[in-house]
Design a protein around this ligand. Sequence first.
Ligand code: COA
Length: 258
Amino acid sequence: MPTISVTTNDGVARVTLARPDVRNAFNADVIRELRDAFTQLNDHHLIRAVVLAGEGKSFCGGADINWMRGALDLSYEANVIDAEAMSDMFRAIDRCKKPVIARIHGAALGGGAGLTAVCDIAIASDETIFGFTEVKLGIIPAVISPFVLSKIGATHARALFLTGERFSALRAMQIGLVHEVVGYDMLDSAVDRVLGELRTAGPLATAAAKELIVQVAASSYDDTRSLTAEAIALRRASDEGQEGLRAFLERRPAEFAK
Ligand code: COA
């Protein structure tokens, strides 16, 4: 039985966590399937965007606590390999060449909050409970920390990683983990609105913008001076860039805008 479902329609891939009975907690199977799905979507030329969601009552209750208890039967080395596989899964989503929208409801705890952090645009319903709850279980949010820190920064990580307290969607938005909070009834239309924005953006430009953020964040200003100049020079001269600029001047929609 697959633990996620992947459907594609009209240029949008929908990746849905499909273990609602355990609030979409992830184990080794989910980790492998998510990593593979997001890696494969990179090469899917007709896909303009990906929506990550959870089936049932909650987006994701984090790592499967039963699965983690199995760590007792594993050697230290095997535990490290398990954790590295989890890291690869988060990275595959984080670095997916397509824009990734998170559709969040119910709960996003532990690794579920980590999944929120690796999506480009996170939209949550107002009843969602967030939390980096690992310390409540005597563990730490280690694997997700690089992705979460790059979204919320050290100040909020210090307050939330250390207490493990649960917090509201509003606070998630205030700290930059989430970008939009809406009533549950409006969740799908909020996702559709962002998909509409992405449909009118050049798909290659969108991918290049995502890559730009990664490179600039990892560079000093001296390095970014030439990096950013080269990046915009390439986009300006590209077919897509030329078409977008021409379309604006000719007051018509660009060919890539559906
Ligand atoms: N791992 C394993 N099982 C989990 C789970 C997880 N992370 N999160 C939820 N489940 C299971 C519950 O054990 C329960 O199983 P049961 O039906 O066999 O009793 C089932 O999912 C439903 O959970 P329940 O708590 O009854 O649902 P809820 O909708 O009231 O609450 C949560 C959902 C996610 C808020 C709650 O289950 C929770 O707090 N889970 C722990 C989350 C956590 O600490 N994650 C951090 C992991 S590092």
